[in-house]
Design a binder for this molecule. Structure first.
Ligand code: CUA
Length: 181
């Protein structure tokens, strides 16, 4: 049996590495260090990273916070009006508890996110531009407090973008943002 690839002549395996090859290896190593450093820097600078604090919370604790919040919130035809600037949402198969919620443009809110059962995705999109979105992951056992300010009055759709079961595609909520005072 002959190989279509001819082995090089001589004892090539016993030759010192060519200088040009060493240079390429060096360049490769240096470049991977630069990329590694860049990756680390990128998590520290720029506005593209998710912000806010996360806390450990168990499902029952969060459910209690959720119901205390709902007791204080005002129910309107458009949705819940939060009592202050804290807004609670609880993701569960297959709905967003706490939505629809009515907020004011220009006010900074602390949006509390957690999940009751499995991991869900929080994709927020303005109706006027559905392709514009932010995407966050919502995990059971964690409460993520995300500061958010809505610049424009609009209806914002909360779409679950993490496959969470058979009703995943129906998991939708809304944030109605009205003109601020
Ligand atoms: Cu929740 Cu998909």
């Amino acid at each position: 049996m002959t190989s279509p690839i001819k082995p090089p002549d001589g004892n090539w395996w016993n030759q010192p590495v060519d200088r040009r090859e060493s240079i390429w290896l060096g360049l490769g190593a240096a470049w991977s260090l630069i990329l590694f450093g860049w990756m680390s820097t990128w998590t520290r600078v720029g506005d593209q990273n998710p912000i806010g604090e996360t806390f450990r919370v168990d499902a029952d604790e969060y459910r209690e916070k959720m119901s205390a919040y709902k007791d204080e919130a005002t129910e309107t035809d458009d949705g819940l009006v939060p009592p202050g600037t804290d807004v609670y949402l609880n993701a569960m198969r297959f709905q967003w508890d706490g939505a629809p919620v009515v907020l004011e443009a220009g006010t900074e809110y602390d949006i509390h996110l957690s999940a009751l059962d499995v991991q869900h995705g929080f994709s927020l999109r303005p109706e006027e531009a559905l392709s514009q979105q932010i995407n966050l992951q919502v995990l059971p056992g964690y409460e993520w407090v995300v500061p958010m300010t809505f610049d424009e009055p609009d209806t914002y759709h909360i779409i679950c973008n993490e496959f969470c079961g058979q009703g995943h595609r129906t998991m939708h909520g809304t944030i109605v943002v009205e003109e601020g005072d």
